[in-house]
Each structure stands twice: as structure tokens, then as C-alpha cells.
Design a protein around this ligand. Structure first.
Ligand SMILES: [Zn+2]
Length: 107
């Protein structure tokens, strides 16, 4: 087993699930750790509660890391940060709706 990816903050934890789907499509076996720890977040440092994506076979690591890199750069290329028309919050491009007020992006 080898650690592949941990999001920077809890609000980005959805990225772990996106990446798991990506790896599934490539038939790379992986697992998510800490998936259910958020319930106990009062007792652990926030960093320890973040879900983390691990790959099952070390041999898949380089291919998996390439997929993560490709996924990251495609985010930056295709979806720039946008400003919510509802509340003026700056939203990361990978989100299609505002995390603050729930409004959908116009795109
Ligand atoms: Zn908003």
C-alpha cells in the first residue's frame, strides 16, 4: 500500500472520491482511509481527519500519480476560479456551485 493523495482541507475532501473514480476507471485498486473519522473531529487534529487515498499495489503508483497530476492540471486549464454572483465569494473552479450560499455557477 502506498499513500497517493490527501486534500489540503476538509472542504476539498470530495476530491478524494473524484480521484477514486478516476483510478477505478483505470482499474487501479485503491482505498480511502480516514473516511469516517470526521465524526470524531473534536478529538483529533483536523489534518488527521482528512480522508486519504491509498493505492493497493505499489507497482501502480507511478501511473496513479500521473493520473492525479493530469487531473490537477486539467482543473486549472478548464475551470478558472469564479466569483459567486449570489454572495461574491471566490470559488475554486472544480466546484460548480457556491459552497457558501449554494448558488450554481452561470457556466
Ligand atoms: Zn455564494
Amino acid at each position: 500500500m502506498k499513500h497517493l493523495f490527501t486534500p489540503n482541507t476538509m472542504s476539498q475532501s470530495g476530491e478524494v472520491y473524484l480521484l477514486r473514480e478516476l483510478l477505478d476507471r483505470e482499474e487501479i485498486a485503491c482505498t480511502i482511509r480516514n473516511e469516517h473519522l470526521s465524526i470524531a473531529s473534536g478529538e483529533l487534529a483536523p489534518q488527521e481527519c482528512l480522508p486519504a487515498l491509498w493505492i493497493m499495489h505499489d507497482a501502480d503508483y507511478s501511473r496513479a500519480a500521473e493520473l492525479v497530476e493530469g487531473w490537477r492540471s486539467s482543473l486549472h486549464e478548464t475551470r478558472p476560479q469564479w466569483v459567486c454572483p449570489g454572495c461574491g465569494e471566490s470559488i475554486e473552479g472544480q466546484f460548480s456551485s457556491c459552497w457558501k450560499c449554494g448558488r450554481q455557477s452561470d457556466e
